[in-house]
Design a protein around this ligand. Structure first.
Ligand code: ZN
Length: 210
């Protein structure tokens, strides 16, 4: 894996729809393997851990979801997860990686096609397969490139997805700990979250939600 290089960095004051505000330092890169315009946001203040024995850096690897992140779609839990991650990372200092992997890598239009199939009774993974796509086409090589370039080679991963930690570990990022995100359950996304748990061993505990 070729290293990436930092291309630019710039400050972005964030304010979410609920009023929560945080200061972000955005990094862009040269040399990301898929040529995509992926973003790393540094939130909060902390000395980055790289030596053994230092506390790992808190990191969320978030995949772009236009409908959930921007429009507030209730078909998934991406928007609330992004909002939660921003606050939790800002509290202790760390990185939020925003990967341009709409629809688990299949793209926006295909994701909407998959929604239509879900309305006909398939779950989120079966719908991707019916479209001739993988259940989950995401590859986290660019995430590992960004983290290693930023000096965050030892991280605590904020995620319920065991595949992310395994891929990052295989790509040379030490992930000694994974911490779950909260459960953001609504009537509209219950079937989607249930499919995530069933298919990919997501660590969401839906039984805890009343
Ligand atoms: Zn989403």
């Amino acid at each position: 894996m070729e290293p990436a290089r930092i291309r630019t960095q710039v400050d972005i004051p964030l304010r979410f729809a609920d009023g929560y505000a945080a200061h972000a330092r955005a990094f862009t890169f040269h040399g990301l393997v898929d040529g995509g315009e992926h973003l790393a946001l540094r939130l909060g203040e902390r000395r980055l851990a790289s030596r053994r024995g230092d506390a790992p850096t808190l990191v969320r690897v978030h995949s772009e979801c236009l409908t959930g992140d921007v429009l507030g779609s209730e078909r998934c839990d991406c928007g609330p997860q992004l909002r939660e991650a921003a606050e939790r990372i800002a509290e202790v200092g760390g990185f939020l990686l925003y990967l341009r992997q709409e629809g688990r890598g299949i793209g926006l239009y295909a994701k909407l096609d998959a929604y239509a199939l879900q309305d006909a009774g398939l779950d989120t993974y079966e719908a991707n397969l019916a479209l001739g796509r993988g259940e989950d086409e995401r590859d986290y090589t660019v995430a590992a490139q960004m983290l290693l370039t930023l000096g965050a080679d030892r991280i605590t991963l904020l995620s319920n997805n065991p595949d992310k930690a395994a891929q990052l570990q295989a790509l040379g990022v030490d992930v000694p700990e994974q911490v779950p995100t909260g459960v953001h359950l609504s009537a509209a996304n219950a079937a989607y979250l249930e499919a995530k748990v069933r298919h990919t061993a997501h660590t969401l505990d839906l039984s805890l939600v009343g």
